[in-house]
Write a new protein. Structure first.
Length: 197
């Protein structure tokens, strides 16, 4: 794996912009093909197999596609998805019983419709699957910059898995004191058990 050492001199916003553009430049077919490989790897690892209540992000905007993973997880898992609270940039967690219970939320991301919200505490979650724009091998993560997941992750010690395309793995992510690293990163090429573990 070749790393671009220019990332060392870039700040978070510059890295975010560069990697987001790269993500958006992928074709839909490319995203779906890679996402299928990532989903297959996810479903094979012990952390996923053992978990009963799993928090999935619902993909949008060229992220690793999770819609099929969520639908397949309904077979033997309890699926939980986030709802964005724009007032304080926090995430409300809701059980999801059917993909049809989702509608477009404030950021264009699918969230449970108001009448379908079934709130659940983070204490009931066994495994958290997060999105991100960039990651390093220590599990450090750059998100969209609003801190939704940072606020959530500081309240849990369960395994955190990030789904990413291989090009989103870079040498070094600048971190702040409130950032919480992920434990595992799954790409279309590999499963990375992060060095922070």
């Amino acid at each position: 794996m070749l790393f671009d050492y220019s990332f060392f001199i870039m700040n978070k916003n510059e890295i975010r912009k560069l990697l987001k553009n790269k993500r958006l430049n992928q074709s839909k077919d490319e995203v779906l093909a890679k996402s299928k490989q990532i989903k297959n790897r996810l479903f094979q690892i012990d952390e996923f197999k053992k978990a009963k209540n799993i928090l999935f992000y619902v993909s949008y905007d060229g992220e690793v596609f999770t819609h099929d993973a969520i639908k397949d997880a309904f077979i033997d898992k309890k699926v939980v998805v986030p709802i964005s609270n724009k007032e304080d940039y926090s995430l409300i967690l809701s059980k999801l019983y059917s993909f049809e219970d989702l509608g477009e939320g404030p950021y264009g991301i699918l969230e449970p419709k108001k009448e379908k919200i079934k709130e659940i505490s983070i204490d009931e979650i066994d495994l958290i699957i997060v999105p991100g724009i960039g990651f390093d091998l220590k599990g450090n993560r750059i998100g969209h910059g609003k801190g939704f997941y940072d606020r959530l992750l500081k309240n849990t010690n369960v395994p955190i898995i990030a789904l990413a395309f291989e090009f989103q793995i870079i040498e070094n992510i600048p971190i702040d004191s409130h950032d919480k690293p992920v434990d595992i990163i799954i790409t279309e090429k590999r499963i990375i058990y992060c060095k922070n573990r």
